[in-house]
Write a protein that binds this ligand. Structure first.
Ligand code: ZN
Length: 358
């Protein structure tokens, strides 16, 4: 899960929270590059011997979700186009190849692109898996083991849901500090602020914070009942049909907020459960949230002790063979509102420069 203001603005507009659509500067610039034939030029320029890791979360329509619309990375049709285009121009890396590349054992003749998906939402099974399978492309799915088969909303979806369902035009919270939030025109800012407090809160009592939001929004414990995460049978089917699976911890905490013992437990339990359920070695992990302060040296020590070979962050940067830390492999977001020109400009410049130009 990541909070990116640009994407959040767009998704909330799509869900009807913010009424006026607006194109970002990056999208406008990418459209100009596309209209003047620039993308075709970028596609033909020499590619770096580097690994570009794309990160998706949910696949589907952001306007129909009861949860956080910010989590949507692509519609099924966008993903289909993106996979087809990448297959034509770049080397699709498997997870095993990505590990070997980062460990300095292999190089790529073309830029290697790895598709990764975080959180294990059911729409990954419903939409991403059939598309990737059809194109004979491997995706790597990072699974939170406590969410497998669950219909419970994770904290970010729960906060978005409570704001969305609230009939109050203004809410007053008394924890962790007194604050008044406008839910009329300011729903976007309210969601942004509450997610930020949750993520930044080293000393925050997270259950108390969620209860306070429930009380102030007047939504209590209302929850949608349908299953929203992949179940064990679906995961086995994906794993048995060419998809790679990694850990996204057991309960999606911000690892750096935990003691070394709890960090080790989170990464060990999820690894053991996935290995038991799927009968495969789990060697990779994606850090929840994945920002620079979401993990620390103690996290990396826990990964070493648990037997992981690679871990992915989520704040951009380059992956060069032999120079990238195996426990901080960089990834780039894909946003559902980006549109085709921006996706292609970002990916093609990443292949030339090692990371997207913008
Ligand atoms: Zn996540």
């Amino acid at each position: 899960m990541v909070l990116a203001i640009d994407r959040m603005n767009l998704h909330l507009r799509q869900s009807g929270v913010v009424p006026v659509p607006r194109i970002s500067k990056r999208q406008r610039l990418a459209s100009i590059i596309a209209a003047t034939g620039g993308i075709r030029v970028l596609e033909r320029l020499p590619q770096q011997n580097c690994l570009v890791v794309l990160n998706y979360h949910r696949i589907g329509s952001a306007s129909e979700t009861v949860g956080d619309p910010n989590l949507y990375s692509a519609t099924p049709s966008d993903l289909d186009d993106q996979v087809r285009w990448i297959k034509r121009h770049y080397h699709i890396s498997s997870l095993d190849e990505a590990i070997a590349f980062v460990e300095g054992q292999i190089t790529f003749r073309k830029t290697g692109i790895l598709f990764t998906f975080d959180d294990g939402y059911k729409d990954n099974y419903d939409y991403a898996f059939p598309i990737l399978y059809k194109h004979k492309v491997q995706g790597t799915f990072f699974i939170c083991t406590s969410y497998i088969g669950s219909s419970q909303l994770p904290w970010w979806d729960r906060i978005a849901y409570m704001l969305k369902m609230s009939r109050n035009s203004k809410i007053v919270l008394h924890y962790p500090e007194f604050m008044t939030l406008d839910l009329g025109e300011g729903k976007l800012e309210a969601l942004n602020r509450l997610l930020g407090i949750y993520k930044a809160g080293h000393d925050l009592n997270k259950d108390q914070f969620l209860e306070e939001i429930a009380r102030s929004t007047g939504t209590g414990d209302e929850r949608p009942g349908e299953r929203i995460f992949i179940n064990k049978t679906e995961l086995k089917e994906m794993s048995g049909n060419g998809m790679a699976v990694g850990s996204h911890t057991h309960s999606h905490p911000l690892l750096s907020h935990l003691s070394p013992e709890l960090q080790l437990e989170e990464v060990s339990v999820s690894k053991e459960m996935l290995e038991h359920d799927l009968g495969i070695d789990i060697q990779s992990l994606a850090y929840p949230v994945g920002a620079p302060d979401s993990f620390d040296d103690r996290t990396q020590e826990a990964l070493r002790r648990a037997g992981y070979r690679i871990a992915f962050s989520f704040y951009g940067g380059k992956n060069i063979a032999g120079k990238t830390s195996p426990y901080n492999v960089r990834r780039h977001h894909v946003g559902v509102g980006d549109g085709e020109p921006l996706f292609r400009v970002r990916t093609s410049t990443a292949a030339i420069l090692g990371e997207p130009l913008f």
